[in-house]
Design a binder for this molecule. Structure first.
Ligand code: SAM
Ligand code: SF4
Length: 331
């Protein structure tokens, strides 16, 4: 067995997004419906199984792991996952261990995360306006998120803010940018993708980033920079603030040719493409054998079948590209 994962298009997979729960304390309108059906608890990977899967991927050459969800910090015992992987960071088998979070639990977790070797976190923050934040997340947790961001910074974590580009964001994009750049945080804008029924028509949510960028360019000088973060974002430097904005535009710019990542859901399903149905049930494989060899062989087979890319389209009345929600796959 070679120890790298290379798909049939020659792309090397070295980045795993590992979901630890499909549950969440928020209900963002682009991600979930109000009445979600969650995976039965018995079907969730145990903390030990999460660790086993992470280690199998690391043995196959993955060197970056992002813990995600649902909201990863609501998973009971989640800090064990970070603590158990910390030695692999220290010895260099893992280059980066990070997480994407909505920030509501960060205030009480930031220091522990930093102690476990986490160096950066992505925090989702779609609005600084309490009413708009409440409308988007269907919750009143803005202050919790803001204190979580401060706690992360105080713990020495580099924070990147994720903002989903929803219609209406134009009215406060300058504020969000100034908030981020004033705190030395990169702001990443993400186009909303048609994943799962959310109880709204995505046409009413979707804002192409090409449009948002043109709007920003009326007031700010954006200079493209070659910086890459190992992901699909394209960055610009904002001359007036000195900060950066990342654009993740799966709808207007298909970046699949550079894809280096796969996702494992909280129930152990490996998805080699965010936008296709292809999947392999790693949980069954790992529960069948104490040896990790079958698990690694299943991973190898799945990578060979990694699809070329997604074909997302947002049109009025059109069903989602996939029934699966982002919170289920692990965003
Ligand atoms: N709960 C955590 C959070 O919100 O950061 C982690 C999981 S969430 C599914 C990961 C990321 O996916 C977030 O930045 C969220 O904004 C984004 N996301 C969720 N649904 C999306 C969609 N339909 N299109 C684009 N991004 C989406
Ligand atoms: Fe929860 Fe994150 Fe989805 Fe919002 S985007 S509902 S915080 S999982």
């Amino acid at each position: 067995m070679s120890c790298s994962l290379i798909d049939s298009f020659g792309r090397r997979v070295r980045y795993l997004r590992l979901s630890v729960t499909d549950r969440c304390d928020l209900r963002c309108v682009y991600c979930m419906s109000e009445d979600m059906i969650f995976v039965p608890r018995k079907d969730l990977l145990s903390l030990e199984e999460i660790d086993r899967i992470a280690r199998a991927f690391i043995r196959r050459g993955v060197d970056k792991i992002r813990i995600t969800g649902g909201e990863p910090l609501v998973r009971k015992g989640i800090m064990d996952v970070f603590r158990n992987l910390a030695p692999l960071l220290a010895e260099g088998a893992l280059r980066e261990l990070t997480l994407t979070t909505n920030g509501t639990q960060l205030a009480r977790r930031a220091e522990e995360l930093a102690r476990a070797g986490v160096r950066r976190v992505n925090v989702s923050l779609d609005s600084l306006d309490p009413a708009r934040f409440a409308a988007i997340t269907r919750s009143r947790s803005l202050d919790l998120v803001l204190s979580g961001i401060e706690a992360a910074r105080a713990a020495g974590l580099a924070v990147k803010l994720n903002v989903v580009a929803l219609q209406g964001v134009e009215t406060e994009i300058d504020e969000l940018m100034k908030f981020a750049h004033g705190r030395d945080m990169t702001l990443t804008l993400i186009e909303t993708m048609p994943l799962g029924e959310v109880g709204a028509d995505r046409v009413d949510q979707y804002l192409p980033l090409t449009k948002l960028r043109r709007d920003l360019e009326r007031r700010w000088t954006l200079v493209d920079v070659p910086m890459r973060s190992g992901g699909p974002a394209h960055y610009v430097h904002v001359a007036q603030t000195g900060g950066k904005i990342g654009f993740i535009a799966p709808m207007t710019h298909n970046f699949c040719e550079e894809c280096n990542r796969v996702r494992v859901t909280a129930s152990g399903i490996l998805h080699t493409c965010l936008g296709q149905e292809d999947s392999i049930d790693l949980r069954t494989v790992l529960r069948r054998s104490e040896s990790d060899e079958p698990l690694m062989a299943a991973i190898d087979r799945a990578i060979l079948d990694k699809p070329r890319g997604h074909d997302f389209v947002i049109e009025r009345g059109r069903p989602p590209a996939l029934a699966r929600h982002m919170s289920a796959t692990g965003g």
